[in-house]
Design a protein around this ligand. Sequence first.
Ligand SMILES: [Zn+2]
Length: 160
Amino acid sequence: MVKVGIGQDSHRIQEPAAGKTLVLGGLALKEDYALEGNSDSDVVLHAITNAISGITGKPVLGPTADKLCRAGQTDSAAYLKVAMDDLASIGYRIGHVSVTLECKRPKILPILPAMVQRLKELLGVSGNDIGITATTGEGLTDFGKGLGIQAFACVTAART
Ligand SMILES: [Zn+2]
C-alpha cells in the first residue's frame, strides 16, 4: 500500500536580511536577504513537512511548530522530524520525495547537489529517491519576480 501527500509553502523575501540567514532545503546560504517568518522559514522543508502531514492527517506546521518556535526551536528540520515520527507511528516510511520551487533568487541549479545531499540526510532516503526542479515561471508571479520563494512537495510513502 502506497500513500501520496502533497504540500506547499511560501515565504516573502526579507531584504536586508537583518541578521537572519536564508535557509533552503536545510542549507544555510550566504545571501544578503532571508525569508520572513518566525522560524528559519525554510520553504522546502515546510512543503515537505506539509506533504507528510497530507499522508498522516496530522498537521505539524501551525500550532505544533508554533509551540516549538516559541520554545526557541526555529530549525525547520525539527518540525520535519515531528512529521516523520508521525509517519513512522502509522507504520509508513518515505519512498520518494519530489520538490519543485518557484523563485527568481537564489539560483537553484548551483545548490541542487548540496540540497539533495542534505535532504537525503534529513529524510533517510537515497539520492535517487529525491527529485528537485525549479523555475522562475517567466516572472509571472511575485515568486518569479524575486519577492518570495514558493515550494511544492509530493511525498510517497510505503508500509514498513
Ligand atoms: Zn513556511
